[in-house]
Design a protein around this ligand. Sequence first.
Ligand SMILES: CSCCC(=O)C(=O)COP(=O)(O)O
Ligand SMILES: [Mg+2]
Length: 252
Amino acid sequence: MPSTDRVANVVLVDIEGTTTSISFVHDVLFPYAKNNVKKFLADGWESSSEIKQIVQELQQVPQYAEYTSTLRVPPTEVDVQIITGFVRYLIDKDLKVTPLKTLQGLIWQQGYETGELRGHVFDDVPGAFAAWRGAGLRIAVYSSGSVAAQKLIFKYSIAGDLLTHLSAHFDTHVGHKQETQSYVNIAKSLGEDPRNILFLTDIPGEAAAARAAGLQAIMLQRPGNAPLTDDQKSGQELIADFSSLHSLQLPE
Ligand SMILES: CSCCC(=O)C(=O)COP(=O)(O)O
Ligand SMILES: [Mg+2]
C-alpha cells in the first residue's frame, strides 16, 4: 500500500534514528550523562530514595558482576565511585537497561532545565505531528529512553514544545523493543486494534516484532542511521522522512 493511502488511529514513533538523530543521542546525551553522573549520584546518595532504588536495581543487572570482575581491586562496598564506573560502562556499551535509562532521564532533566540541552528533532517532525493531530490521529512514543526522558526531549526540542502533540509514552517497562509482547501490551494500553497503529522505527527487529503483533510498521532511513543490508531491507517499507505520511487518515 503506498504511504499516502495508509490509515491509522495512532502513530507510534521511536525516537533515536526516527524523530531524532542517532548522533544527538550518542554524541550529546550520552556524554552529558557520563560527565554528570558522579556528581548526580554523590548529591543524592544519602538523601534520595529514588537514587537508592536505582542503585539497587543496577546491582541486579547481569553485567554488574561482569563489570566488577574487571576491576583491579574488587569492591568491598557499593559506593558512588563503583556505580559511576558501572553507569559509564553501560553507556559505552549502549545497553538499554531500565535503571540506567531511568537514571539518564534524571540527569538529562538538569541539562534541559538549565538550557544546556535542547532535544534534536529532524526538520519534518513538527509538521508531521501537526498534520497527524489535525487529521484526528493520536501520536504515541515508544523508546528505550525512559518516559521522563522522552517528555524532556520533546518539551525542550529545537523546534519548540512538541510534547503537547503526544498522548502516550511507553518505555522498557512495557517490554523490550524487539519483543512482540511489548507491542501487544502497547495496543492494549492504547485500547486500539493493533492494525490501526502505525509504528515508525529505524531498527528492523523492532519493525518485525511490531508486525508480528499485528501493527503496521515502516522503517526510517535517516541521515546517520546504520546502512541496512539487502536482507534487512527485504519486505520492509522504507522512507527517508515523514513527508510521505502527512496525509495519513483515520480508518472509515
Ligand atoms: C528518550 S531520549 C534518549 C534516547 C535513549 O536513551 C535511547 O536509548 C534511544 O533508544 P530508541 O529506543 O529511541 O531508539
Ligand atoms: Mg531507534
